[in-house]
Write a protein that binds this ligand. Structure first.
Ligand code: ADP
Ligand code: MG
Length: 697
């Protein structure tokens, strides 16, 4: 029985409470200040911190420690070292030094570096990032102390997802401080916040083991749609089955021990699809926590005879999985995207909101890049997730406010309801007027928008379920930092009445960037046309979505903000392109292997059985059955020929390693195989079917 009383909450984290208990007073105070202010660790206290941390970890059953990092594989990495230190013959003690804690050296040669690391300099370095606390990962026979780290090459180039994220947090913090200074606010700590909603599928492990495609690629490359899937909307928010609830509570128990605030759980739209949403946290911590959430989901599923599929599109024909990234900035603990109830806070809110609008319009391409990947290509723009066009939804009330600022006059009609507007009356004056109340009701939300304002935060819905949030968060922080700086630059140049200058500035900004605002149906056929007319980019697939990394203007921007150097951008392009090409190649090979070695023998066998039966029936002069047998053998025979042709085509595309041709050949092969699935004896079909995988658990 799991203890759900929260008594164990955070027990596996080297938290402030544990620091105070296990470290000398002055050391604890220094470390806590370092963490709160996102500073580097003072080397002089490293040994003392390491000692206390080790004592704590030993008391929790740890035998090993590891630097835990996020290389550009999409996952996390760890290499364990025992605390063991020989102390004479047949004697050993447990040691852990400040040096072990602060930095590590690791063989980086097998991690993707995109040309950043030459082969003769294979070493990689990990460095503790004290803004994310150390934690303990348990397994059946003990535990491991994990130290969240950044991962760099010998020359200091980022080889991971965390380093650029930390740099981007610095960039947006500096820009936010600069703007808040203009509003006369006292210097305060900037916190970027992230709440990542995680979608996933669960299927029974016995099915999974019989699906080479799921095993090797994370998605089904074949599978006829079942008669019933999600048409009846009966799964979404439905009663959670006991087996799943048992799994979910175990996940929560593990996460809560790690201090991960898993809060919401529910059934999602597709059958066998679910969601876990934590409370938002400091962005860097939330990114680490999401990586742990994914790992915990996978491991707990395994322990329950299930498999957790985090792929963006494990099953054709039903919804795929995303990871909504809810993003905001707080200053001294106050959410800057929360509409204010006095004119000054209102002005701050509108300025930040406008800065985001400007950033997204100018850099939609980089934001789109941050969601690129072979898996997510199946999701974006497939009428179940936002399109590949990045636009912003603000809601009726806020859209009306933006129009007022742009035109200088109050709006009329239902859009401006509640503001008692008369035609021609002066619109909202920034720094003078307060905002009309904005509803925080979930019902009128536009679910089809990739980037939606949801009352006090933006919700970026394009990221895929398997992706590291750091990608999108890094881009978002950087481009908003640039917008905040651009606004500050302009305000500094003018220097007249602050409110009037700001009003003029925002008016121009909205006029210039309003094309990125869109409240209509993002799934509709009209939107791509309209978006094209507005000049918004529509980067449909991964090869297109990674091109912005090569754009000189983007290179310059990310270098100027110290987030990614020219070389790091180039390396990320190379890694993304390689990853994509490898995945497509693997999927193609798996599809071909299944079609030739699993599907074809079954179809051939059934066909030859029929042919024999037909021959025998004719010989015996049977009067009935021949029509049925003949029709079926015709279909199977034609299917067999078709299968041969499609396999040959895929084989050819694979030998040329031509990604587009492989994708096209896989699609046509799939339609043949899926047709055959419905013809062949159900008992003989070699793969578990959708109606089993999605419903039997
Ligand atoms: P829903 O979007 O389903 O209405 P919520 O509004 O509660 O649900 O939020 C969804 C996610 O957004 C949660 O992870 C929540 O913690 C997060 N969130 C709420 N406020 C903020 C914020 N200021 N910054 C970042 N994330 C936030
Ligand atoms: Mg949401």
């Amino acid at each position: 029985m799991i203890d759900t009383s929260l008594k164990n909450y955070g027990e596996d984290v080297f938290s402030e409470r544990e620091m105070r208990q296990h470290l000398p007073k002055d050391v604890a105070a220094k470390l806590i200040a370092t963490m709160r202010e996102s500073r580097r660790l003072d080397a002089s206290i490293a040994d003392a911190v390491a000692h206390g941390m080790k004592e704590w970890a030993l008391s929790r059953g740890a035998t090993h420690f590891t630097h835990w990092f996020q290389p550009m594989t999409g996952g996390t990495a760890e290499k364990h070292d025992a605390f063991l230190e020989p102390a004479g013959i047949a004697q050993a003690v447990q040691k852990f030094s400040g040096k072990n804690l602060i930095g590590g050296e690791t063989d980086a040669s097998s991690f993707p570096s995109g040309g950043l690391r030459s082969t003769f300099e294979a070493r990689g370095y990990t460095a503790w990032d004290p803004t994310s606390p150390a934690f303990i990962k348990r397994h059946e026979n003990g535990a491991t102390l994990c130290i969240p780290t950044a991962f760099c090459s010998y020359t200091g180039a980022a080889l991971d997802m965390k380093t650029p994220l930390l740099r981007s947090i610095q960039a947006i913090s500096r820009a936010t401080e600069r703007l808040m200074d203009k509003f006369g606010k006292r210097r305060s700590h900037v916190t970027v916040t992230l709440g990542a909603e995680q979608e996933y599928f669960l299927i029974d492990r016995s099915f999974y083991l019989r699906r080479p495609d799921l095993l090797q690629t994370g998605r089904t490359v074949f599978g006829a749609p079942p008669a019933k899937h999600q048409q009846l909307d009966d799964h979404y928010f439905g009663a959670i089955r006991p087996r799943i609830l048992k799994f979910m509570t175990e996940v929560e128990d593990r996460l809560w021990r790690l201090g991960i605030p898993a809060k919401t759980r529910h059934n999602e739209v597709a059958p066998a699809q679910f969601e876990l949403a934590p409370m938002f946290e400091d962005q860097n911590l939330a990114v680490d926590h999401n990586m742990l959430v994914m790992e915990t989901l996978r491991q707990t599923a395994e322990a329950n005879g299930l498999v957790c599929l985090l792929h963006e599109k494990p099953f054709e024909g039903v919804n795929g999985s995303g990871k909504h990234c809810n993003w905001s900035i707080a200053y001294g603990g106050r959410n800057l995207l929360s509409p204010g109830d006095n004119p000054r806070d209102n002005a701050i809110f509108l300025t930040f909101l406008s800065a985001v609008v400007r950033a997204i319009d100018l850099h939609a391409d980089m934001l789109r890049f941050s969601t690129a990947g072979a898996g997510n290509d199946h999701r974006l723009g497939a009428n179940e997730a936002p399109p590949a066009i990045i636009s912003i939804f603000l809601g009726d009330e806020l859209s009306a406010v933006m129009r007022e600022i742009e035109t200088g006059v109050k709006g009329r009609g239902p859009k401006a309801k509640g503001r008692g507007a008369n035609a021609g009356e002066q619109g909202m004056r920034i720094g003078v007027d307060t905002l009309p109340p904005l509803p925080r009701d979930t019902t009128d939300r536009n679910r089809t928008s990739p980037f939606a304002f949801t009352g006090n935060k933006f919700e970026f819905r394009a990221p895929g379920s398997s992706q590291n949030c750091a990608a999108s968060q890094t881009v978002l922080n950087t481009i908003v930092a640039e917008s905040l700086d651009a606004i500050c630059d302009k305000l500094e140049k003018r220097g007249g009445d602050f409110n009037e200058e700001l009003q003029l500035l925002l008016q121009r900004l909205i006029k210039k960037h309003k094309r990125v605002l869109f409240s209509g149906d993002g799934y509709g056929d009209e939107w791509p046309k309209e978006a094209a007319a507005r000049g918004l980019p529509n980067l449909r697939d991964t090869p297109a979505a990674i091109e912005p990394l090569n754009d000189p203007a983007n290179r310059e921007l990310f270098a100027r903000y110290g987030v990614l150097t020219d070389g790091e951008m180039a390396s990320r392009h190379e890694i993304a392109a390689d990853d994509y090409a490898s995945r497509i190649l693997i999927e193609g090979k798996v599809a071909l292997e299944i079609a030739r070695s699993m599907v074809r023998p079954v179809v051939a066998e059934e066909f030859s059985r029929l042919a024999t039966a037909i021959g025998r029936a004719k010989r015996d002069g049977l009067k009935v059955g021949l029509r049925g047998l003949g029709a079926l053998s015709q279909k199977l025979g034609a299917g067999l020929d078709d299968l041969h042709v499609k396999c040959e085509r895929l084989d050819k595309a694979l030998s040329k390693e031509d990604g587009a041709a492989i994708r096209a050949a896989m699609d046509t092969l799939r339609s043949t195989v899926d047709r055959l699935e419905l013809l062949v004896d159900d008992g003989k079909w070699p793969l578990p079917k959708y109606r089993q995988m999605l419903f039997v658990y």
